[in-house]
Each structure stands twice: as structure tokens, then as C-alpha cells.
Design a protein around this ligand. Structure first.
Ligand code: MOS
Length: 752
């Protein structure tokens, strides 16, 4: 498999679905027209722990238009609970009278209209048997356990002894808050039955995962379940797993014999879907006087629900960032009466790199050393844990190019020493990293004699530009124009692609697309060399290529594509699978069963594969009010081959903006007495607005990596956000001399 880095690959290309999106033609799941639909509205729990003693339904049933009310007493036991994000148990909804968390679904009201369903839902009377609920860290009744799900903790040497012996040490305790994704598109579900066949329209990052999970929960043959989600209006991890809300809508539709559509509210999205759990961390660094790390310890605590062991264990990433002979890590899960958390963009790296990159800044200060030079002294060509070489690692190129553009050399090192009128000015930086993932995938590709290609795979357009990267790949590989390529994604009737998560999507979909294209080229070439009327008769088929709608070959011979395709029977259709190097042959069968099977580093066992980056942030803290502003950010990333620089730039920029929002504003507040969220709406859950984001510049550092996978694609979906939080806090320290180890950075924390 070889694609030259010329042609369409790497050319900035507008989204092929851009016009459809801005004109409203793009059909999102809940836009799907239905014949005679009924509407569902959820009733959710007002307590965080206990039991439902009784549900009074009479007033609700009296609302005109109400058709059905699902509760644990009439549908409990009709579905198996789904598995949580880590494949383990998760909180459940209508199965029993048990309440696991605030906002749990306890009834589904179905009516002829949305309004009637909502009115009736508000008239459902619930009598609870409440029990004392444990909210979060420090609450009575939480259950703290070591995490077990991800194998042994990264460890090397004797970190404690090296820390005790180190001439320079820093130690910090860091806290990151619970946060919610709040994608613009709500967590909708529409279900339609046709005899035994169920079709589900639901925004999803994993069509085949949703299909097989619902089949499993309802005891259906997966062949009878189809999932459709051609566009996803934001997900960020929140639509990657399956929660049990989908099956209750399917059951409601089956009971009624009518399509049922659920559009939950914004506030319900805080508890019926997943979120980023709050963490606490302790980082200890020991170093020589010239800044070389001798000891690194990173311990984390993460909140989860009662039954689930879900955790993100970001120490896997932080322990690989810098050369260090002595490493100790540990992660603990804290079970509380909460909904089960799940993936949220850069699930592991986003919170844990806050701890590491803040501590690195503290160490640079303790050493009186430039923070960039501290990273340079500890840069490494090999993974400190495994000893494997990085397939490529351009961390310092990212630091250097962003520092230059930012004007880092104009920084005066002493905290509090830069001022502009009433504003204290601070410069801060931090590293970003994200592991490279790739997954098996399958695709179907057809080419017609008029030179049009159609590729279909059950991939996912979650806003990243997936339609366009696949179209670019096919156009490039078949020598077509991008207008000649139609891309079909988001339908489980298409061959499977794994979850669009872990930044695997670009690598996964382009590799299988190239494989399908290569098969098309091979068939065209083989037919041509056998045909006496072809200019390539008798040639070696391997020497024939496709370029500018021509079949091309030795001696500058060409033949129009329509003739070449026509010879294969008129319409050429191929099915291709790609199992990344090093993955077991069973991976494709597992994908067809809806299992998530990733390969890190392209599956190779001889390299460690990560993308790296660096953020530079200027903050201004008002001398009296302590208002914090971020006038500018410069971030550089190196992530191998960039397929479409236009959408890549947007993707990076979006990550950085979310990083700023996360650092300065975002926190889901939990009432510790009731274990309920208090700001579960977009008025009270603070996010960055345009005025918070004046200038974000992105540098794409060229990086050629022919070891990570054949196309050298590392993936960029998550890295943009990683480390922004630390860069902001480090800049605030530089501006004020105040070290904030707890996010978000807010002015009230700077008043003391
Ligand atoms: Mo990403 S949080 O793996 O969707």
C-alpha cells in the first residue's frame, strides 16, 4: 500500500458536506421524517440514591393524547442492561425500582405530541424511598478501590528512593472538575419497527456498536437491527458508548406499533449520557540541578458510579512523556452515587496532563530554568517504560516553532514582572500528546464507466470532516476529482468501522479506502492486460496506475477510464477489509460483532506511537479585580500525514478553544448533600464564548512517519485539547506568582 504525498493528499479542501450542513439539507437523526410518529418524554429521578416506592400515573394518563407510560413495573426485565464504556457493568434505568443516580430515567411517557408527552411527564407522581447519597471525593459512604481494568500500573525503578535522594523536588496535588460535553445535537433516539426489523435513528460514534448492543439488550438477531446516523451534531465521546435509553424507545415503539421519537432536554443530557469525571492527582518530580528527571510519581483518583469501574488512568500517557529512570504510578476509582462517566475528548490525557505539565512548570521554576529547556533536557527518543523507540516524536520541534511564533523570547522569567497598565501579563506553555490508534474496518467501493466512484462504510461524521477525508483518499487513489466521489457513512447496513473515538477515525478509514481503491486498480489493470485491443495488452498489471481519469502505464501510454472500467463488466464493485499490521486475524470478526478493537501504533510491537504538540498562552490578570483574559494562543502539533490541512486546522483550533473553555470556565457543580448536579443547563454551565477566544494560531509541524502505519496518519481528534489547561495555569502563575492547582481557573481563586 503506497500513496505518494503529492496529489490530493495534503491539499486544503473544503468539506464536501459543507453546503448540506449550512443549508439544513444534512439530515441528522431526529430530522428523519416518520409516518405517524409518537413522541417520548423522559421522567427522571429527583434523588440520587434509593428506591421508587410508588409511581402515581393517573394524572399523567388523563392528559389527552397520552398513549403509554413505561415504568419498571410494566417493562422492567424486558431488556438486558448494556455494558459501560470499559465493558463492565453500568448504572441501569427502568430495569428495577433501584435508583443509582440523580436524573436516572424512571419512566418514559409516550403521546401523540411532544407537548402532551411533556405535560404528562410532569404529572407523573413519584414516591421515593431515599437513602443517603455519596456525591464525590470526601463524601461519606464512597468506596475507594484500586483500578484493575487496565492491567498493571506503569512502574520502573524505585521512584520513592530516587525522590528522597533528588537534589531538587516538587510535589503538587491537582484537581480537575466533572465536565459535560454538551454537544449541540441532543441525545435523540427514534425507533421504527417493520415486522421483526428495528431501525434506530440515533446520533452515534459507533454504528455497529449501537446495532449489536441493542440487539444484545433486546435479544434480537443483529441482522434485524439497523442504525442510521449520517451526521452527528457533536459528540466528543458522549455518543461512543451505548446507554439503556435506546432500548426503552425501541420497546415503546414495539408496544405501540408506531415509530417513537425521543428528543431529551439539555438538562436530561447531563444524567442520561456520560461525562468527564472529576479527578484528584498527586505528582512528585525529583531532578538533578541541571533539570534531568530522576523520579516521577503520578497518582490519580477518579469518580465513577457504584457498579462501574470506569476510569481513564491517564498515567499511561504521562509516564511516557519524559525520560526518567524511576517511575511510579497508581490510579484509584472512587465509587459514588453518580451516573457512569465515559469518554470525553482526550479522556485520559486531558485531566492527567494538567497534573504533569503543571508540575513540570513548578519544577522549571524551582530550578530557575526556562520551561522549554526543561522539556528539552528530558526529551527522549524512546518510551521510558517499554524502551521502544517512538515511531516519530517531534515534541521539541513543536515547542520551538510555537515559541518562535509566540514571541516567547520576549518573556521576562520572574513571575509578576510583566505588566500592561492595570493588567498583569503572563506567558505559559505546556506539552500535548495523544497515542496513535488504528482499527480494522471494511468498505465497499464501486466505480462506473463514467468515472464516478461511490464508497460506503459505516464510519462516522462527528464534525471532523470524515466525508471529506475519505473522498480525498478515494479521489487521490483512483486519479479522480473529488467531485467524482460519493461517500456514504453512518449506516450499519454498510460494512463496519470501529468507534470514532481515540482519534483512530482518519487512520482507520483512509487505510481501508486505499485498500479498496487498490483492489479496483488491480481489477482494471488485470482486465486491460488481457485485452488485445488495450494499449496495455501483455503488460505487467502491477505497472499500471490511475491518474486524471486515465489508466496509465509504461511508455506514457494511457487509456480513458471509461474504456478500462467498461471492460470489467461495466460496473466494478469491490469489498475490502483492512486489519492493521500486528492485529490478530480475528479482529475483523470481532468488529462485525460490535467489539472495539484498537491497535496502538498501528499494531506494531517494535515502536511506541504518539502525536505530540505544544501550547503557548498569554494571559492577562487584572491587578485589582483578578479577571482572567486569554488574548492569544499559539499551538503547534506534529501528527504525521495531514490528509486535509483545512479541516485539520479547524479540528486543532476547536480542541484548543475547548481547552481554554475547560481551563477557565467549565465545571459541573455537584451539591454534596444531595449528590445532584446544580448547573445542568447551558445558562449555568459556563463555556467559552467568542469574547473569550480572541486569537488562536495553529502550526502544523511537518512530520513524516513511515513506521506508524502505511499512510503515516496519526490522528488529530483529541490532541488539540490536551495540555491547554496546564498552559493557562502556568501563564497565570507567571502573571501573578499564584499557582492554581485546581481547575477551572477562576478569578475568585486569585483574590487571596
Ligand atoms: Mo473520543 S473522547 O475517544 O470520542
Amino acid at each position: 500500500m503506497a500513496v505518494e504525498a503529492n496529489g490530493l493528499f495534503g491539499r486544503p479542501t473544503p468539506r464536501i458536506d459543507g453546503v448540506a450542513k449550512v443549508t439544513g439539507a444534512a439530515r441528522y437523526a431526529s430530522d428523519e421524517p416518520m409516518v405517524n410518529p409518537a413522541f417520548a418524554y423522559l421522567v427522571t429521578s429527583a434523588i440520587a440514591r434509593g428506591r421508587i416506592e410508588a409511581l402515581g400515573l393517573a394524572r399523567a394518563q388523563a392528559v389527552p393524547g397520552v398513549l403509554d407510560i413505561l415504568t419498571n413495573t410494566n417493562v422492567g426485565g424486558q431488556a438486558k442492561p448494556p455494558l459501560g464504556g470499559d465493558g463492565g457493568p453500568t448504572t441501569t434505568t427502568l430495569e428495577t425500582d433501584r435508583i443509582w443516580h440523580d436524573g436516572q430515567i424512571i419512566a418514559v411517557v409516550v403521546a401523540d405530541t411532544y407537548e402532551a408527552a411533556r405535560e404528562a411527564a410532569n404529572k407523573v407522581e413519584v414516591r421515593y424511598l431515599p437513602e443517603p447519597a455519596s456525591a464525590t471525593f470526601g463524601s461519606a459512604g464512597v468506596d475507594v478501590r484500586p483500578h484493575r481494568s487496565r492491567g498493571p500500573e506503569p512502574e520502573k525503578g524505585d521512584a520513592a528512593a530516587a525522590f528522597a535522594a533528588a537534589p531538587v523536588t516538587v510535589e503538587g496535588q491537582y484537581r480537575t472538575p466533572a465536565q459535560h460535553h454538551n454537544p449541540i445535537e441532543l441525545f435523540t433516539t427514534t425507533c421504527v419497527w417493520d415486522g421483526p426489523a428495528l431501525t434506530i435513528y440515533e446520533p452515534s460514534q459507533f454504528m455497529w456498536g449501537l446495532k449489536t448492543s441493542v440487539a444484545e439488550q433486546l435479544g434480537l438477531d443483529p441482522a434485524n437491527v439497523r442504525t442510521v446516523s449520517r451526521y452527528v451534531g457533536g459528540a466528543f465521546g458522549s455518543k461512543g458508548g451505548t446507554t439503556s435509553r435506546t432500548v426503552w424507545i425501541a420497546i415503546a415503539a414495539r408496544r405501540l406499533g408506531r415509530p417513537v421519537k425521543l428528543v431529551p432536554t439539555r438538562d436530561q443530557g447531563f444524567t442520561i449520557a456520560t461525562y468527564r469525571a472529576e479527578t484528584r492527582q498527586r505528582v512528585r518530580l525529583g531532578a538533578t540541578r541541571d533539570g534531568r528527571l530522576t523520579s516521577f510519581s503520578h497518582e490519580g483518583w477518579e469518580v465513577t458510579s457504584r457498579p462501574s469501574a470506569y476510569n481513564v488512568a491517564g498515567v499511561e500517557a504521562t509516564a511516557r512523556m519524559y525520560a526518567c529512570p524511576n517511575i511510579a504510578t497508581a490510579v484509584h476509582v472512587v465509587h459514588a452515587d453518580r451516573n457512569t462517566p465515559g469518554f470525553m475528548r482526550a479522556p485520559a490525557e486531558q485531566p492527567y496532563m494538567f497534573g504533569l505539565e503543571s508540575a513540570m512548570d513548578e519544577l522549571a521554576h524551582a530550578l530557575d530554568m526556562d520551561p522549554i529547556e526543561l522539556r528539552r533536557v528530558n526529551d527522549t527518543r524512546t518510551d521510558p517504560l517499554s524502551g521502544l523507540p517512538f515511531s516519530s516524536r517531534s515534541l521539541m520541534q513543536c515547542f520551538d516553532s510555537a515559541a518562535m511564533k509566540f514571541g516567547w523570547s520576549g518573556r521576562s522569567a520572574r513571575p509578576g514582572s510583566m505588566r500592561d497598565g492595570e493588567w498583569l501579563v503572563g506567558y505559559g506553555c505546556a506539552a500535548a500528546c495523544y497515542p496513535t490508534n488504528i482499527a480494522p474496518a471494511a468498505a465497499r467501493l464501486s466505480v462506473t464507466p463514467d468515472g464516478k466512484a461511490t464508497i460506503g462504510m459505516a464510519g462516522h461524521e462527528i464534525g471532523t470532516g470524515a466525508y471529506t477525508t475519505v473522498a480525498l483518499t478515494v479521489a487521490h487513489s483512483l486519479g479522480l476529482k473529488i467531485e467524482d466521489v460519493t461517500v456514504q457513512l453512518g449506516d450499519s447496513d454498510l460494512p463496519p468501522v470501529t468507534v470514532a473515538g481515540g482519534s483512530n477515525n482518519a487512520a482507520t478509514t483512509t487505510h481501508v479506502a486505499v485498500k479498496a481503491c487498490e483492489e479496483v486498480r488491480r481489477r482494471i489493470a488485470e482486465a486491460a492486460v488481457k485485452d488485445e485491443d488495450s494499449p496495455f495488452h501483455g503488460a505487467d498489471p502491477a505497472t499500471l496506475g490511475l491518474s486524471e481519469r486515465m489508466l496509465t502505464g509504461p511508455g506514457n501510454r494511457t487509456e480513458p477510464l471509461d474504456r478500462a472500467v467498461g471492460r470489467t463488466g461495466g460496473r466494478l464493485e469491490v469489498y475490502a477489509e483492512n486489519v492493521p499490521t500486528g492485529m490478530p486475524a480475528t479482529a475483523m470478526a470481532e468488529l462485525y460483532k460490535g467489539q472495539v478493537t484498537f491497535a496502538r501504533g498501528g499494531g506494531r510491537k517494535d515502536v511506541a506511537a504518539y502525536a505530540f504538540g505544544a501550547h503557548f498562552v498569554e494571559v492577562r490578570v487584572h491587578g485589582r479585580t483578578r479577571e482572567v483574559r486569554v488574548p492569544r494562543v499559539v499551538s503547534a502539533f506534529a501528527a504525521g500525514t495531514i490528509i486535509n490541512p483545512l479541516t485539520a486546522y479547524s479540528q486543532y483550533m476547536g480542541g484548543v478553544i475547548w481547552g481554554l473553555s475547560s481551563a477557565l470556565h467549565e465545571a459541573t457543580e455537584i451539591d454534596t448533600r444531595s449528590a445532584r448536579y446544580t448547573n445542568d443547563n447551558l445558562a449555568d454551565y459556563m463555556i467559552a464564548v467568542n469574547a473569550d477566544v480572541p486569537s488562536v494560531e495553529i502550526i502544523m509541524v511537518p512530520e513524516h512517519d513511515d513506521r506508524v502505519n502505511p499512510l503515516g496518519v496519526k490522528g488529530i481528534g483529541e490532541i488539540g485539547i490536551v495540555g491547554v489547561n496546564a498552559a493557562v495555569a502556568n501563564a497565570v502563575f507567571h502573571a501573578t506568582g499564584q499557582r492554581l492547582r485546581e481547575l477551572p481557573v477562576r478569578l475568585e481563586k486569585l483574590l487571596s
